[in-house]
Design a protein around this ligand. Sequence first.
Ligand code: FAD
Length: 398
Amino acid sequence: PGTRKYTGMVEDCCCDYETVDAINEEVLHPILQELVTLPFFRYFKVKLWCDCPFWPDDGMCRLRDCSVCECPENEFPEPFKKPYSGLSPDSMICQEGKPQATVDRTLDAKVFKGWIETDNPWTYDDETDNVAEKNIISAEMTYVNLQLNPERYTGYTGDSARRIWDSVYKENCPKYPSEEMCQEKKVLYKLISGLHSSISVHIAYDYLLDESANLWGHNLPLLYDRVLKYPERVQNLYFTYLFVLRAVTKAADYLEQAEYNTGNPEEDLKTQSLVKQLLYNPKLRSACPLPFDEAKLWQGENGPELKQEIQKQFRNISAIMDCVGCEKCRLWGKLQVLGLGTALKILFSVDGENHLNQSLQLQRNEVIALVNLLNRLSESVNFVHEKGPSIEDVIKQQ
Ligand code: FAD
C-alpha cells in the first residue's frame, strides 16, 4: 500500500484528512450511496434546452451517450407533479391580533413548512413574476432519473468545454494571487475548483476505454494527469466536500422535518431513516463536529457589499451552465451548481443573519441537488483516497 500524501487539517477547514477519509468511507459514503437511489432523490427537475445567455450554442459532443433520457410522465413520483402545497394560507396571513401572535416565534421548533417555490439569491433561475411566463418555464422543465444518467466520460472536450471553464475561472473567480485575495473570494474559487476536480474524477472513474468493444472502466492516468498531479486540486476537492457537509448538518432540523413523500410509503420511510442517519451520525458528530466554520466569514467592514458581489459572481457561474454544450454534462453541471448554491444559501442564509431557522426555506429540487452533490463529492473523495497513494507510488518508480 502507498503512503498517505495528505495529512493534517484540510486548509481553511476544521477536520483533518485522515478523519475525512475515515468518516467518508465508514459512514457517509454508504448512506449516501443508498439514499440517492431512492425515489425522492433520484428524480431531478431541470430545463435542459436552455438558451445560452452569453454565446451561440456550439454543442460539441462526440458520444451518443452524451444525451439525457428524460422520464416519461408516469415514471416520476405523483406528489412531484402537483403544484407546491406550500404554506397553508393561514400561516401566510399576518398573525397580529391573533392569539398565536403572542407566542414567541423563536421557540417555534417546526422549521419545515412544506415545499415551496422560493428564490435562491445565489443561483440564476429563470426569474419572473409573470404567471404566464412562469407556466411556460415550468412546462419546459422535465424530470430526469439521475440513476439512468450517471455522470461519466462523454467525450465533451475541445474549445466548447474549455470556454466554459475559462469563463468560470477568468470572469468570476480569478485564481487568487498569494494572500492578496480576501478569504470569501478564496472560498468561491475553491468551491469551483473542488467541483471541477470532482467532475474530472468522475470522468476518470467511468471512462470509455475501448469504443469498439464498448468497454468502460477506470482511467487512472487521467485521474493522475488532471487531479492528483496538482495537490491544490485535491485539497480543493476535500474543502468543497467539507463545505457541503457543513451545510447539510447545519440544516439538520429542516432536513429532518422535510417531507420525503413520493407516494411509496416503504421507500419514503427508508429515505427518512437514512436522512436521519446522515444528519445525526454519532461518529460524524464526534469526529468532525464542525466541518467548516462559516462564522469566520463576512466579518470585515464591507461584508454586505462583498457578499452581494460574490453572490452576483456565483449567479453568473450558474447562468454559464446553460452554455455547456453536452446535455449530460449540462445536467450534472446544473445540478451540482444548484447544490453549491443551496449550500451557500444555508451557510450564509438569505438575509445574511445567523438566525438560520427563522429564514431558511428550501425548494424540493434544492434539497435533491444538495444531497446528490454531497454524494458525488463523497464518491470522488473515496476514489482519490483509494487510488491516490498507489498511483503516486507507480509514478515515483518510473
Ligand atoms: P479541463 O478539465 O477542461 O480544464 C481546463 C483547465 O482548467 C485546465 O487546463 C486547468 O488549467 C484548469 N483546471 C483543471 N482542473 C482544475 C481544478 N480542479 N481546479 C482549478 N483549475 C483546474 N466531460 C465529460 O466527459 N463528462 C462530464 O460529465 C463532463 N461534465 C462537464 C461539466 C461542465 C460544467 C463542464 C464545463 C465540462 C464538463 N465536461 C465533462 C468536460 C470536462 O470537464 C473537460 O473540460 C474535458 O474533459 C477536457 O479536459 P481538459 O483536459 O482539456 O481540461
